[in-house]
Design a protein around this ligand. Structure first.
Ligand SMILES: [Zn+2]
Length: 322
């Protein structure tokens, strides 16, 4: 990758800040992916701001840019986010318990570069929706520690009045099931998350439980088949809820479990077909055809960059190319 002359102020950085890693992308003036970076996330507010700033500085240096040539920085974080004020709250995976003015802190650290914060799933949904045309309503369903979706409807992120749009993981699934951290019983995320798989299948080889379960099921282990299919039934229920609520055209499965790739999609499609077997209505919706597994590791960071570009200058970035 060689540096070349650029128009000042048209580069955008996107950061996906997770509990262990900051994943950053630099988009050029055409929205093309110009550079990427990955580094460890610091601890607490000071550590998060420092590692985010370091990621931006590295991306800029990679293309011989001054920080002043970066038009905006978008940040996706796992927590409750108010993009208007740049305040992040309850980002427990980042060691942020209370409310933090993350955008203001990072702007100050970067010498005045505008910073926009967004919930990480909303950013991922936005990143996944780009390039699908104006009708590409989409849900990004993350199968990770928990279960939740980001929604892009009519081209815009849908947050809802309290920011809870897409929190399908806390729909009761088994009424007399175990108590969930949210205080209800038998929530869907107790059955359809990566954590749920780990709870049902203790890792026997040190590899992720999801990988072991799907491999053992493919080899015909009856216990693994049961665990896989029960998991797929629960994920399919989340897909059905999203499709029947918003009639989204695309449901993209993300999060750690999505690393399984095609076998995950096939298992969930099979579950959707089981659910539709007795329902001509469900069959007519052909939900399996709407299902994808996220294959772009940059999707959340790119979405964060796009959210920042839209917040600052809606006409700047309408698409991106990789
Ligand atoms: Zn719950």
């Amino acid at each position: 990758m060689t540096a070349r002359p650029i128009a000042p102020g048209t580069w955008t950085v996107g950061l996906d800040i997770g509990g262990t890693k900051v994943h950053g992308v630099l988009l050029d003036e055409d929205g093309t992916l110009a550079s990427t970076v990955r580094l460890p996330t610091g601890t607490g507010v000071t550590g998060v701001v420092a590692s985010a700033a370091q990621a931006v500085e590295r991306l800029a240096a990679d293309r011989c840019l001054e920080l002043g040539e970066v038009a905006a920085v978008g940040v996706g974080v796992p927590g409750v986010v108010d993009p208007g004020s740049g305040v992040v709250a309850h980002a427990v995976n980042l060691g942020i318990a209370g409310e933090v003015r993350l955008a203001a802190l990072l702007t100050a650290r970067l010498g005045g570069v505008p910073v926009n914060v967004e919930n990480d799933l909303n950013a991922a949904a936005l990143g996944a929706s780009v390039g699908r045309g104006p009708r590409g309503d989409l849900a990004f369903l993350a199968l990770g520690t928990g279960l939740a979706a980001g929604l892009v409807l009519d081209g815009a992120v849908r947050r809802g009045i309290s920011g809870a749009a897409g929190e399908v993981g806390h729909l009761p699934y088994v009424p007399d099931g175990p108590r969930c951290a949210c205080g209800q019983h038998g929530c869907l995320e107790l059955y359809a998350s990566g954590s749920a798989l780990e709870a049902r299948w203790g890792s026997r080889t040190g590899r992720p439980a999801a990988v072991e379960v799907f491999e053992a099921a493919a080899a015909g282990d009856p216990e693994a088949v049961g665990v896989r299919d029960a998991f797929a039934d629960a994920v399919a229920t989340a897909v059905r809820v999203l499709a029947l609520t918003c009639d989204v055209e695309h449901v993209v499965l993300g999060g750690g479990v999505a690393g399984l790739g095609e076998p995950l999609r096939e298992a969930v499609v099979a579950a959707l077909e089981r659910h539709a077997a007795s329902s001509p209505f469900l069959r007519s919706l052909d939900l399996g055809s709407r299902l994808e597994v996220a294959h772009d590791e940059h999707v959340a960071a790119i979405g964060a960059a796009l959210a920042a570009a839209r917040a600052g200058a809606p006409e700047v970035v309408g698409s991106w190319r990789s």
